[in-house]
Design a protein around this ligand. Sequence first.
Ligand code: ADP
Length: 304
Amino acid sequence: MDKVIEVSGLKKAYGSVQAVNGLDFYTERGKLFAFLGPNGAGKSTTIDILCTLLRPDAGEVLLDGHRLGKADDAIRASIGVVFQDHVLDPLLTVEENIRVRGGLYPTLRGKLADAVKRAALAADVTDFLRRPYGKLSGGQKRRADIARALVHTPRVLFLDEPTTGLDPQTRRSVWESIRTLQRETGLTVFLTTHYMEEAAEADYVVVIDNGMIAARGTPTALKEEYASDQLRLTPSDPAGLMAALVEMGVATVRMTDVVAVKLGSTLEALPVLDRVRGFVSGFEVLNGTMDDAFIGITGREIRQ
Ligand code: ADP
């Protein structure tokens, strides 16, 4: 297995606040890696450290074979970073913004025009390359941010909540561009997101809480372990239904007009349905989601 990021024993405190408290994880090359956690979990601190913006108190980081603290310039050349705030010059066109950025890399000397073209294609910004950045829509700005981060063909692209603040339709289209980029170029994407449906598409997920790893695994494995499937029953005879469920000894949650039964697997719905069929007017079997898994792991909703 080819590990492009390896983190061990990472720690960082701000005064008495232990923001990162002993993190060990790795990211495989070419994968979409989601780094999740509730607010204050230590995500930004970790990303700032990996991107050479902040010194850790302890621990080791290898990024594309370069050791943090010893080869920070090489690390910076290996990564592209898109933080939440828009940082491009609003008066320059998208192309000029990408070009200015590319000009900072000595390796691109004499090859800048090609590099700008490649980055623009990869991030899907060719339609508005000549427009001032300040005049773009939110989704176009986000794509332009990504194009700029790609100009030096980084090995790892860090995306800190790339779709936050966008309307749902734009969010989906920016997300599709990110997925296409990652699949087609084999770029490693290190992502933080508040949208669990995005995390559900990751190849691997690490959830941190209080500066420590709370869970890790593929989305499927995390859902299996931390989110339970549910049988939702619409009562026709609420009293009869509750009596039957109590008699069966199953765990239930009452909602406004349905009763939810927690299941170990969807198949467990069958005996329950057999038993309660005279007391319900309908039912639904729902698979656990990444949202449920996140709550199961951290005890909190991600947006809290
Ligand atoms: P996240 O990105 O997961 O929301 P952060 O890494 O921003 O988490 O923060 C982790 C913890 O460190 C929080 O308790 C936060 O208040 C604290 N923290 C972050 N940055 C600073 C700072 N510059 N000074 C003091 N405390 C900080």
